[in-house]
Design a binder for this molecule. Structure first.
Ligand code: ADP
Ligand code: MG
Length: 417
């Protein structure tokens, strides 16, 4: 077991004096391409990374849930029947980090209460409550008390989705301890519900699906409308390529205005074009779009429409030519986010420019923007050269030194022990 898995186990021992019933983990993710397309019903191409969050979990004799994490000193404990009173409206009563694990428990319990014969838990998680089930939690499904001890080696707030990692680890643990038998997409939906309603962050479902569905040396091609997911071989290992993450250490914050504002612009653009979502607009429709809306809204729309096309082009290029063919698409994606969507920051632009100047095949910011990380596709034996060049460029610009590390496309959520 890795360091963080051992830490989760020892935290569990300190918390309870015993050993857990199991340890579950889920990875962070990097998005190869397809940014701000998820909530527009579009396409994304993330992959799970070899940095994971571990949840050591055990059943309790009572009906309480207790969570601890190496992320924070506080231990939070509530009765299972109190979760419905906390979320979504009274979430301020628990520390923010604890809303992720407790929110997942709340989402899964809510689904368990709505499920009944003929209306499965998987369906209940889709949010269809049309007259099914009862409002009494736990009917038919036992949701017993649990202790959860969490540790992670996913950097927090770096755009690598430590939030989906904690949600995925906890959802996998509870699915098994509560014997829910949910499929991976449903567990991703529980994580998204926790993040949207229990934490209050208006994110799409890409991160959770990547954390649940990742595979070694593959990306997950997701259709965010149908939730169809298809693994796409990346072939980095065979092509001797590495994916370098450049964490700018500029903290991003989803809840601040920029993210909300971009979502509003996309909704406005779709409304003006008379379509349910920007997914339904193609590159050929852009001249018409330009006539229908103001310049800023148009540029937001153009980013999403061209980015959707770039995801499709990347998947096609990977199939046909392999990973060395995608560098140009990554660079075009970054330019579109910098110029049209306006979510880059100088540190991210510097990371992209310096890495390409030092020999990277392609690079782009990844994640929601306004900080966080960039990724660069680099020849194995040039990782050090590119890292040094980026570090030097940051120093010259008087930016805080970046954290650079290689990530490997890896397996999604799993039971560790
Ligand atoms: P990102 O997902 O890009 O890392 P977010 O702001 O979406 O950034 O999520 C980070 C938040 O998730 C943290 O501030 C914390 O509240 C919660 N979180 C992530 N990992 C852990 C962990 N191991 N233990 C407790 N909380 C965590
Ligand atoms: Mg997140």
């Amino acid at each position: 077991m890795t360091g963080a898995a051992t830490e989760a186990r020892s935290l569990f021992a300190r918390l309870t004096g015993g050993s857990p019933d199991g340890v579950w983990s889920a990875p962070g993710r990097a998005n190869l391409i397809g940014e701000h397309t998820d909530y527009n019903d579009g396409f994304v191409l993330p992959f799970a990374i070899d940095r994971r969050t571990y949840a050591a979990a055990g059943i309790r004799a009572d009906a309480r849930i207790r969570v601890a994490s190496t992320f924070d000193d506080a231990v939070v404990e509530v009765g299972l029947d109190e979760l419905d009173a906390l979320f979504p409206d009274e979430r301020g009563a628990v520390p923010e980090w604890a809303r992720y694990p407790l929110g997942v428990a709340w989402a899964l319990r809510g689904a368990a209460s709505r499920a009944c014969p003929g209306f499965t838990l998987n369906e209940a998680l889709q949010g269809d409550e049309s007259g099914h089930g009862t409002d009494k939690p736990g009917q038919g499904w036992m949701t017993t008390g649990v202790d959860l001890a969490i540790a992670s080696d996913v950097p927090v707030g770096a755009g690598l989705s430590s939030s989906a990692a904690i949600e995925g680890a906890v959802a996998s643990a509870l699915d098994e301890l509560w014997d829910l038998g949910l499929d991976r997409v449903a567990l991703a939906q529980a994580g998204r519900r926790a993040e949207n309603e229990a934490v209050g962050t208006p994110t799409g479902i890409m991160d959770q699906l990547a954390a649940m569905l990742g595979r070694a040396d593959a990306a997950v091609f997701l259709d965010c409308r149908s939730l169809d997911a298809e693994p796409v071989d990346l072939g980095f290992a065979g092509a001797r390529l590495a994916l370098l993450v450049i964490d700018t250490r500029v903290a991003h914050a989803h809840s601040t205005g920029g993210y909300r504002d971009r979502r509003d612009a996309c909704e406005r653009g779709a409304r003006l074009l008379g379509v349910p979502a920007l997914r339904d607009v193609s590159v050929a429709d852009l001249p018409r779009a330009a006539e229908l809306m103001d310049d800023v809204t148009f540029r937001r729309v153009r980013h999403v429409v061209t980015e959707n096309q770039r995801v499709l082009d990347t998947v096609a290029a990977l199939h046909r030519e392999g990973p060395r063919a995608i560098g140009g698409l990554m660079l075009a994606s970054h330019a579109s986010m910098r110029d049209d969507f306006e979510i880059s920051v100088p540190e991210l632009d510097t990371a992209v420019e310096a890495s390409v100047a030092a020999g990277a095949l392609g690079a782009r910011m990844t994640g929601g923007g306004f900080g966080g990380a960039a990724i660069a596709l680099v020849d194995h034996d040039e990782v050090e050269k590119v890292t040094d060049a980026v570090t030097a460029a940051f120093a010259a610009a008087r930016f805080v030194a970046p954290h650079c590390f290689v990530v490997t496309p890896s397996e999604g959520a799993r039971r560790e022990a």
